[in-house]
Design a protein around this ligand. Structure first.
Ligand SMILES: [Zn+2]
Length: 99
């Protein structure tokens, strides 16, 4: 079972407390009506689907209910870091050697 650290509650809890909410750091276009159909499609559906370090959103649904971001290694399925929504993506040096 995965253990996930909620940066708001400052607790590490079982995965069952949380819900995956898609890839992180994808900003909604300021004016969607100005986009082409292909640009809109890309915003809605095209994701990096990275092998290795992947930045994603999670929600602590059975706790504080808040959304936060995480960096998870998709190969080992280990969380490298979790951080509050709105915070900058961690630098690569912050993620090295983290297990
Ligand atoms: Zn929480």
């Amino acid at each position: 079972m995965l253990l996930i650290h909620c940066p708001y509650c400052d607790e590490t809890l079982p995965e069952l407390e949380f819900a995956y909410a898609g890839e992180a750091h994808i900003a909604r276009p300021a004016d969607p009506s100005a986009l082409t159909d292909e640009e809109w499609r890309d915003f809605l559906f095209i994701r990096t689907n990275a092998r290795g370090k992947h930045f994603e959103r999670w929600r602590h649904v059975h706790g504080c209910g808040r959304f936060f971001n995480a960096c998870r290694d998709t190969v080992s399925d280990r969380f490298l870091k979790t951080y509050k929504a709105g915070e900058e993506r961690p630098a690569e040096t912050e993620l090295e050697g983290v297990e």
